[in-house]
Design a protein. Structure first.
Length: 178
């Protein structure tokens, strides 16, 4: 019998001071059975960092041809493609042919090794790559509950997240900006 995803319900008070973007988000996130809590919470944070109209979670791990998060136009053209983790170069090369805005958010302890191996290849692509601090992501994962009320405040390259179980700050650094 196949394992089913774990469903998380989130209500997020989002304040992005850099973009003057303020919203209350009601999100439902399915944690794939093979997905870590850190990765799922990173997907949630990346959604907040890039919040905009028509942004949604894709099927991600279930469908290899889709990103983790994306945005479409009303006529279903891809506006934004976001991958979380350390994707293969060929995957991102294909994504950059499908849309003009591709972002990658690397987040785990092997991010530095992945980037050293892939940096030269990625430099030829129009893609933005960011590295989130692994220790911060581990702290963020500790805030996870099946139902969450979060406050997320974004300024510069940092997000302050407050939840019932505590609070943390997650910072990221740009590795490549397109």
């Amino acid at each position: 019998m196949a394992l089913k995803p774990t469903i998380y319900k989130l209500k997020i008070a989002l304040t992005d001071l850099d973009r003057d973007y303020y919203d209350t988000l009601s999100l439902t996130i399915a944690q794939h059975p093979s997905e870590t809590l850190e990765r799922m919470m990173t997907r949630m944070l990346v959604y907040c960092i890039n919040a905009q109209d028509n942004l949604s979670f894709a099927k991600g791990l279930n469908v290899a041809e889709e990103p983790d998060v994306w945005a479409h136009t009303l006529d279903n053209q891809i506006l934004l493609w976001i991958d979380v983790g350390e994707p293969a170069f060929d995957r991102i090369k294909k994504a950059s042919r499908l849309t003009s805005t591709v972002k990658v958010y690397s987040f785990n302890s092997k991010s530095d090794i992945w980037w050293k191996q892939e940096q030269a290849k990625f430099s030829d692509l129009t893609v933005s790559v960011f590295r989130l601090q692994w220790e911060n992501i581990q702290s963020l994962a500790l805030l996870a509950q099946r139902t969450m009320d979060l406050s997320v405040t974004i300024t510069e390259n940092s997000a302050y997240v407050a939840a019932e179980l505590g609070e943390c700050e997650v910072s990221w650094s740009p590795l490549q900006i397109s």
